[in-house]
Write a protein that binds this ligand. Structure first.
Ligand code: FVH
Length: 293
């Protein structure tokens, strides 16, 4: 059977911002019948020109298909948009960014209304959608059988990575990765601030910094290994005592360069506390325990 002969699942997409539009466009291009709805109707026009059916209301878009994708601003907007819709028997895929608590609450809310729900956390920006090998993907969580039922359709716009039955896990994975990224950008911005007033070309420095971050990336896996084994000392190449000592040099350098250390000091304070508690021979993994309440 050729690809063209495979029946493409019809679906509705609610929310045609930058991401919702990219998603809907990709499903359309792949031959899926797509019904769209957006609060601001003008945003439906390009997709209508590409073959989408435009629903007059969110309730109509939900009624049109059994599979309904939500890509709205936040969890509150999901509640508003679906307030008047009959959700009975529908399968929702909620790609709206939210917290794990939002996802769990929305899944219970949908179940009370007779619907099933998969939550998704999008690890991509709109230009990556529909681009093979872009590196983008979506974390999915919720009932595995529901994910398997829709896997082929969900894998059309970008990669689909299932992370568990707990509806909160997609959001948790999403936010955990974004949190790591935020910390990384904090370090990057501090580094650029240090060199900013010197005769150092930012572009040349950027290349050095990017290579350094790539060289350090395998440490992420080391941390995972140590958390699983509980062994924070075997084979440590840079121990906490040495790192805390190095922190004083980083802080003196910031002072010399007239740069605020405010992006670094909270983390350094935790490292110093862990050292004072007698963990100088460990690597930095033990700091994680200081964060969890
Ligand atoms: N764009 C990105 O780079 C990121 C990548 C990672 C995932 N995020 C999340 O995806 C959700 C949608 O993001 P988006 O980029 O499409 O966002 P916008 O372009 O701002 O579009 C927002 C849509 O939500 C509609 N909307 C907002 N509030 C309401 C409401 N109260 N009732 C009904 N619809 C609402 C909005 O409609 P309109 O302003 O066009 O009328 C857009 O369709 C999001 O969770 C990101 O965090 C994207």
């Amino acid at each position: 059977m050729t690809d063209n002969a495979v029946e493409k699942r019809p679906l509705s997409v609610l929310g045609l911002g930058a991401m919702g539009t990219a998603l809907a466009r990709t499903w359309l291009a792949a031959g899926h019948p797509v019904t769209v709805w957006n609060r601001t109707t003008a945003r439906t026009e390009p997709l209508a020109a590409e073959g989408a059916t435009v629903a007059a209301s969110a309730a109509e878009a939900v009624a049109a298909n059994d599979l309904v994708v939500l890509c709205l601003l936040d969890d509150a907007s999901v509640g508003e948009v679906l307030a008047d819709a009959d959700l009975t028997g529908k399968d929702f895929v909620n790609l709206t960014t939210g917290s794990p608590g939002d996802a769990r609450g929305r899944a219970s809310w949908a179940a009370e209304r007779g619907a099933r729900l998969l939550d998704g956390g999008i690890m991509a920006v709109p230009p990556m959608i529909g681009v093979p090998d872009s590196g983008g993907y979506v974390f999915y969580s919720g009932p595995r059988a529901l994910f398997e039922e829709h896997r082929d359709t969900l894998a059309v716009p970008t990669g689909a990575t299932y992370v568990g039955e707990d509806h909160g896990f997609a959001a948790l994975h999403d936010v955990a990765l974004l949190s790591a990224m935020t910390g990384m950008f904090a370090g990057i911005h501090h580094a650029f601030a240090l060199i900013r007033k010197e005769d150092i070309a930012p572009k040349e420095f950027a290349a050095l910094l990017a290579d350094w971050l790539v060289a350090m990336a395998p440490m992420v896996r080391t941390t995972g290994d140590r958390l699983e084994s509980g062994d924070y000392t075997t084979g440590v190449v840079s121990n906490l005592a040495m790192m805390v000592s190095g922190n004083t040099t980083m802080l003196r350098t910031a002072d010399e360069q007239g740069v605020s250390p405010e992006l670094l000091t909270p983390y350094m304070a935790l490292m110093a506390r862990h050292l004072e508690e007698g963990h100088g021979e460990e690597d930095g993994t033990g700091v994680i325990a200081l964060l969890t309440r």
